[in-house]
Design a protein around this ligand. Structure first.
Ligand code: NAD
Length: 312
């Protein structure tokens, strides 16, 4: 039986990953410090003999025996990662060092959940993996962006210097059930505001665009990357290239939720990129992966989740 470690396993993506791994018949250790993640996300797995939950902070070393490591631990939304920016950098950098050290000792394959934020506010559109990015090293988002960039550097140095089997995945905006309702991410924000009958907050004029990947597609990409041949390290973009403006997204959500919602315009936050869209040619050719879930379908699932959660 495969023994797998998922750090950040009680978070949004981590909990969906644990579900898929348990379905595959793996033995899963889920590690989380519950800074953001919630036991509610993994409660249904707690009685499963193949699932083990450990409260642990990845900035400290961890000693477990596993075959593969998925390193997802890190606050992912600006509200959360800016709450304690020093801890955010520590989580990315010390967390990577600790998990890479563990992988080295165990000769285990290790996957890093990196981010499209490594491209910063890009001059290249859509973003290809060869693009080095345009990142502010001293801004309020830098704890996340530069922390993730440094983690990628560490992964590639452990690979070159010590021959570790690494997989680096650059995740673009992902949404779906179990997102945090108050994390300031645009999809959850808009849905929660629409369900509460509050005005929908649009930053800037709403013409900035984003691409949105449904969580099931994202996890499928992550599993394919982990299972890919040993010489394929990435980095590889995983996201949905369909591009929508904030105004289009708000319109879709209001339509699904039903009723009427007004829009409230606010100034753009610092270093907010204007456009973000993945080039997924590499994921298609190397992993045979592309997203399947249309935005309307994914939004319906997500709205249904938040409707239930807000009613509870
Ligand atoms: N969701 C997205 O759109 C997206 C986009 C790009 C990258 N990512 C990356 O994917 C990963 C998972 O993102 P998510 O959306 O599930 O976020 P999330 O915040 O829901 O999950 C992250 C989890 O990590 C845990 N965590 C934070 N610091 C920790 C620490 N020091 N030790 C142990 N656990 C810790 C949190 O408690 C949480 O459960 C993150 O690394 C994130 O940077 C996500």
């Amino acid at each position: 039986m495969e023994k797998l470690l998922v750090t950040g396993g009680s978070g949004f993506l981590g909990s969906h990953l644990c579900d898929r791994l348990i379905e595959r018949g793996a033995d899963v250790i889920c590690v989380d410090n519950f800074f953001i993640g919630s036991k509610d996300n993994i409660r249904h797995l707690l009685g499963n003999p193949n699932f083990e939950l450990m409260r642990h902070d990845v900035t400290f070393p961890l000693y477990v025996e596993v075959d593969r490591i998925f390193n997802l631990a890190c606050p992912a939304s600006p509200v959360h990662y800016q709450h304690d920016p020093i801890q955010t950098t520590k989580t990315s950098v010390h967390g990577a060092i600790n998990m890479l050290g563990l992988a080295k000792r165990l000769k285990a394959r290790i996957l890093q959940a990196s981010t499209s934020e490594v491209y910063g506010d890009p001059e290249v559109h859509p973003q290809v993996e060869g693009y080095w990015g345009r990142v502010n090293p001293i801004g309020i988002r830098s704890c996340y962006d530069e922390g993730k960039r440094c983690a990628e550097t560490l992964f590639f140095d452990y690979h070159r210097q010590l021959g570790l089997e690494i997989k680096v995945m650059r995740i673009f905006n992902t949404y779906g059930p179990r997102m945090h309702p108050n994390d300031g991410r645009v999809v959850s924000n808009f849905i929660v505001q629409a369900l509460r009958g509050e005005p929908i907050t649009i930053f800037g004029d709403g013409t900035q665009s984003r691409s949105f990947c449904y969580v099931d597609d994202l996890i499928e990409g992550m599993l394919r990357l982990m299972d890919s041949p040993a010489d394929f390290t990435g980095p590889v973009n995983i996201g949905n290239p369909g591009e929508f403006t904030m105004l289009e997204l708000a319109e879709k959500i209001v339509q699904i939720v039903g009723g009427k919602a007004s829009l409230q315009f606010m100034p753009l936050p610092q270093d907010d990129p204007r456009q973000r869209q993945p080039d997924i040619s590499l994921a298609k050719s190397a992993l045979g992966w592309e997203p399947k879930v249309a935005l309307d379908d994914g939004l319906k699932e997500t709205v249904a989740y938040f409707r239930k959660r807000l009613a509870a």
